[in-house]
Design a protein around this ligand. Structure first.
Ligand code: 5GP
Ligand code: MN
Length: 323
């Protein structure tokens, strides 16, 4: 459960505000976007003026386009000095990219998150690393506020739970997670719609780009690491974008010989975005933190400007230190 005192303090700030500006982490996933939009819809229903956004690149991943996105505004239209800003699923202010500056100018800032590494960077922090998804904490907050979860809100929260638990399969899935999912379905969420959009379909080009990345996959048996790269050229050739390959790491990590899966996404501008997953023996969150990123123990990432070969070699070199 979220800290009760903080829940109450957050609810008090929210009740007092006429407008709320909401942000989630860059490159939003189902938990970031689902949590933010769920809260945004509930705040709108409660009569607040709502703007929601995330830092550049401002593009909703294709498989999350089914969520109600009408509250979203591009980061340049986000209130410069919000009366009250609420931040979702971001372990630190850096994860907000350019909206970090709006957060620093907000009159009041509430942070809602479940990253163990989050030290809290707002006036009130609702941080619970035992929550499987930030969506669980948003639910606690809505209950505290007495705001009802409409079917649309329930759908956003179910998306948050489903995506951050890998469809209720990761170790973070608790009785509380499953009970909340049941309550959300009872409130009108549609599980088959979530899985259809998030997991059961992708543009045809995804098959091509995944094929290119899989054909380059490399297994280091002795270290238990499987790794590969995907380039912006792979995506362009396949006619898809970075927002279409969020599930690619889930194919890479199938390699039973590996505890750790590494996917390096090579951007045209030279940035290398690395996704890391562990089956359980390696703390990839700490590894990613050491490389300037962060995340959870078993799912993490970081961005580097170094040459990709160097970045991957460094990850391989460090892995044994995190077992
Ligand atoms: P993904 O590999 O799906 O992009 O990210 C997995 C998880 O790692 C995210 O939910 C987030 O917690 C974390 N993460 C990914 N990239 C970064 C990053 O650049 N910085 C930080 N702090 N966390 C990241
Ligand atoms: Mn999350």
């Amino acid at each position: 459960m979220s800290d009760r005192a903080n829940l109450k303090a957050a609810a008090d700030l929210i009740r007092q505000a006429g407008s709320v500006a909401l942000a989630c982490h860059v490159g939003p996933d189902g938990d970031a976007l689902g949590s933010m939009l769920a809260f945004g819809l509930a705040a709108r229903d409660a009569g607040k003026e709502v703007a929601a956004s995330f830092g550049s690149p401002y593009s909703v991943p294709g498989n999350l386009g089914f969520l109600p996105t009408e509250l979203l505004v591009p980061p340049e239209d986000f209130p410069a000095e919000p009366e009250l800003m609420v931040v979702f699923d971001a372990g630190s202010a850096e994860r907000l990219a350019e909206l970090g500056s709006n957060a620093s100018k907000a009159e009041k800032l509430i942070v809602v998150d479940h990253h163990a590494t989050n030290e809290g960077f707002g006036d009130v922090s609702l941080i619970d690393p035992s929550a499987a998804a930030t969506g669980e904490l948003v639910h606690d907050l809505l209950v505290e506020l007495g705001w009802e979860a409409t079917p649309e809100i329930a759908q956003c929260l179910l998306t948050a739970l489903v995506t951050d638990t890998g469809r209720f399969q990761y170790a973070s899935t608790s009785p509380r997670t499953l009970r909340l999912a049941a309550d959300l379905v009872a409130a009108g969420a549609n599980p088959s719609q979530v899985s259809r959009h998030v997991y059961e379909q992708a543009p045809f080009g995804y098959l091509k780009a995944a094929g290119a990345a899989l054909s380059r996959a490399h297994l280091e048996r002795d270290k238990g690491v499987v790794s590969t790269t995907i380039t912006e050229a792979d995506l362009t050739e396949a006619g898809i974008g970075w927002g279409d390959i969020d599930n690619l790491i889930d194919i890479i990590r199938l390699a039973a010989e590996a505890d750790v899966a590494v996917l390096a996404k090579l951007h045209e501008d030279g940035r290398v975005k690395v996704s890391l997953r562990s089956r359980g023996d390696t703390d990839v969150g700490a590894l990613a933190a050491g490389m300037g990123g962060g995340g959870h123990r078993l799912a993490a990432g970081f961005t580097s400007e170094e040459p990709p070969e160097k970045v991957l070699a460094e990850v391989h070199r460090r892995i044994e230190g995190y077992r």
